[in-house]
Design a protein around this ligand. Structure first.
Ligand code: ATP
Ligand code: MG
Length: 441
């Protein structure tokens, strides 16, 4: 196979204002202010990245990033409402109310990678803070469609890498040698999947092929960065498609190993169904503008390993509540080694799981006490999800709690009084058949 490398520096294509659809009316005011003020101070200023990509696709951008030749300190001086932030690279955040515009100085590429091994480890770039020109900045970005610049001087779009043509073709293409770029930063593989799912784009064959072999490079990515990336993967409204693609490229197991193991033992859509339904709920909520929480997301993604461990413990005579407590603790502490789910979320995730057992015991004052707990609603939603997948014949229990919330509050005590004592009888899990869908195409 010949690889057609996208790394031929040269003069860019410049698409003049009349030949593209970006209008200032669609760019948010804060971003425009930043661009104009940089320009007035004599600097180059461009909108870049997802903002330009989404505007050219006629979509509403999630955020706006600005690229400039001004150095971070110079940007910081220009805007009183700004602050320097130093994550992997030095950036400036300019704040307008709730809006934050990220301003980055053009960065150079590492052609001298061999000369300075200090910042490279196993092919992975550890530091990447060399300033460069617009052209260099364009070539070090991840995908051609993410490397388009909207020039505030004349409102043209500047394209060094063929991004406009790829946008038109619906093609996601890594800039440069894909295997090398993935090795430099393995998160780019996750980003490929994320954009493919979100935009409905195809990953170019050359960019697609190395992914399977390089998935294990994700093990070297710091757990905190993986957590950030997972929120973007699963809480941007395209979680179902993203999940299917992560599985398709065998990347999911480097994020959720225990779940992936459980999924590989899949029978008649279990436990795949719960994950797929849970993620579909998340997507629906986002589409409706409702809030979603990482606590619920992780409850969904890690339920099967927790459920299996809890069942093993119950077979040894441990009570259901206790088995869930022990299994939750074990699964969370194994998971955070790979993905740094912050404690404030993992505590809630565990409450959601343990409440699955408590929700069965509804007599006397118990129902009321559960109902008043902060995590009740999330735990109820989770119970509903489990019941919808046919797990443990939980439907009557879920319906009882639905009624409980809907009846006149005066009737709740009566419901609790006549509730069955130990909860629903445990039966063998009913397995539902549903043709599986090959979504990964
Ligand atoms: P989103 O819609 O999710 O914000 P985005 O493309 O804007 O998508 P960001 O994470 O905001 O993604 O990054 C902004 C831009 O920075 C990208 O479009 C890309 O040009 C560049 N970039 C981000 N991450 C990387 C990376 N790991 N390697 C190379 N370039 C990157
Ligand atoms: Mg962005």
């Amino acid at each position: 196979m010949t690889i057609e490398l996208i790394d031929k520096p040269g003069s860019p294509d410049v698409i003049p204002r009349p030949d593209h659809i970006i209008t200032r009316a669609n760019i948010n005011e804060a971003a425009l202010k930043v661009l104009y003020r940089l320009k007035a101070a004599g600097y180059q200023a461009f909108l870049v990245g997802g903002g330009v990509r989404d505007l050219l696709l006629g979509r509403e951008p999630k955020d706006f990033d600005v690229a400039t030749d001004a150095h971070p300190e110079e940007v910081n001086e220009l805007f009183s409402n700004s602050r320097l932030i130093g994550r992997r690279f030095k950036l400036v955040h300019v704040r307008f109310g709730r809006e934050i515009i990220e301003v980055a100085t053009f960065r150079g590429t590492h052609d001298d990678a061999n000369a300075d091994q200090g910042h490279i480890e196993d092919g992975m770039i550890l530091r990447d803070n060399v300033y460069g020109t617009l052209e260099e900045d364009a070539w070090r970005r991840d995908f051609t469609i993410n490397s388009l610049y909207y020039d505030i001087r004349d409102f043209s779009v500047v394209d060094y890498t063929g991004g406009v043509a790829d946008l038109e073709k619906g093609l996601l293409r890594v800039i440069g040698d894909p295997a090398q770029r993935y090795q430099e930063d393995p998160v780019r593989m996750l980003r490929a999947v994320r954009f493919a799912a979100k935009l409905g784009f195809r990953i170019h064959a050359d960019s697609e092929v190395p992914i399977t072999a390089l998935g294990d490079r994700l093990e070297a990515v710091p757990p905190a960065r993986l957590f950030d990336e997972i929120l973007k993967l699963f809480m941007s409204g395209y979680a179902v498609e993203t999940f299917e693609l992560l599985r398709h490229y065998d990347l999911f197991r480097f994020l959720f190993e225990m779940t992936d193991d459980a999924l590989s033992r899949e029978e008649h859509d279990f436990p795949h169904l719960l994950v797929a339904k849970g993620l579909a709920n998340t997507d629906d909520r986002i589409a409706e503008g409702k809030p979603v929480t990482p606590a619920f997301l992780f409850a969904v993604l890690l339920w099967e390993p927790v459920r299996e461990r809890a069942l093993e413990l119950q077979a040894e005579g441990v009570s259901e509540i206790q088995s869930l407590q022990i299994a939750s603790e074990a699964v969370i502490s194994a998971q955070v080694k790979r993905v740094a789910l912050p404690k404030r979320f993992s505590l809630q995730t565990r409450e959601i799981w343990v409440m699955q057992a408590r929700l069965k015991r509804r007599n006397g004052k118990r129902a009321e006490r559960l109902f008043e707990q902060a995590r009740f609603r999330a735990a109820y939603d989770f119970l509903l999800l489990r019941s919808e997948t046919g797990e443990d014949e939980l439907l009557p229990l879920a319906e009882w709690w639905t009624d409980y919330q809907e009846v006149n509050p005066d009737n709740r005590a009566n419901m609790a009084k006549s509730a069955p004592l130990g909860g629903v009888k445990k039966k063998r899990r009913r397995r539902r058949k549903k043709p599986s869908q090959g979504n990964a195409e």
